[in-house]
Design a protein around this ligand. Structure first.
Ligand SMILES: O=C(O)c1cc(=O)[nH]c(=O)n1[C@@H]1O[C@H](COP(=O)(O)O)[C@@H](O)[C@H]1O
Length: 229
């Protein structure tokens, strides 16, 4: 069976746990995601550990955000690990996004628009004007014009972003919670079925899978529910 379009966020405190989660979920999902917690602790070695024997796609979520020259150097430093996807913050602006794209020709650069943990009130507090959807759409269009071929947004904005950027851009949505699950620190959430129906290409799901008693079975069950929807 084709693995489901899910990136499991391996936000684990240690490498053994991350590698175990990766091996449990990889028969069912297309991608595993390595973020700051693991990468800052273990560095590049973590990529080979979670890739394991299966050779699953690795999404490196470092959310780079600095001046263009620094982001170009950081992107080059990790491009040799050949992650399928690397994140940068859209708020770094077009020159920074373009620098990342040029530094990693074999990796999809995904621009993170507005973090899914931010509410409308949080956006106002940091001085971003308009609704979250307006801000996400603005940043999405700017990022694609700068060369990003993937975008990260919440399921709430994915339909509007799809309409704005067209079919060829990969849309990635964290903030995904199966019906009835706790949203925890996420502010803009929807179910996996809804996110996919609204146009997402890849769903990022962490704790609903990794904190469950049986991550492999939970990943399989979410994957099956997507096939039925
Ligand atoms: O870039 C990301 O992956 C990301 C962007 C965003 O706006 N919100 C967001 O939650 N994420 C990541 O997606 C994952 C969500 O994990 P859970 O909330 O446990 O499902 C975490 O690893 C976050 O770092």
């Amino acid at each position: 069976m084709t693995p489901a379009p899910i990136a499991v966020a391996l936000d684990a405190p240690d490498l053994e746990t991350a590698a175990r989660w990766a091996s449990l979920v990889t028969p069912h999902v297309s991608t595993v995601k390595v973020g700051l917690e693991l990468y800052l602790r273990y560095g590049p070695d973590v990529i080979a550990s979670v890739r394991g024997a299966s050779g699953v796609r690795v999404f490196l979520d470092l959310k780079l955000h600095d001046i263009p020259n620094t982001v170009a150097g950081a992107t080059r430093a990790v491009a040799r690990l050949r992650p399928a996807i690397l994140t940068v913050h859209a708020a770094g602006g077009p020159a920074m996004i373009q620098a990342a794209v040029e530094a990693a020709p074999h990796t999809k650069i995904a621009a993170v628009t507005v973090l899914t943990s931010l509410s409308a009130a949080d956006l106002a507090a940091i001085g971003v004007e308009g609704t979250p959807e307006d801000a996400v759409r603005r940043m999405a269009v700017m990022s694609v014009e700068a060369g990003a071929t993937a975008l990260v947004c919440s399921p709430h904005e994915v339909a509007a972003v799809r309409a704005a950027v067209g079919p060829s851009i990969t849309l990635i949505t964290p903030g995904v919670r199966p019906a009835g699950a706790d949203s925890q620190d996420q502010a803009r959430v929807a179910t996996p079925e809804q996110a996919l129906a609204d146009g997402a290409d890849l769903l990022v799901i962490g704790r609903p899978i990794t904190a469950s008693p049986d991550p492999g079975a939970t990943a399989a069950s979410i994957a099956a529910s997507l096939r039925r929807s």
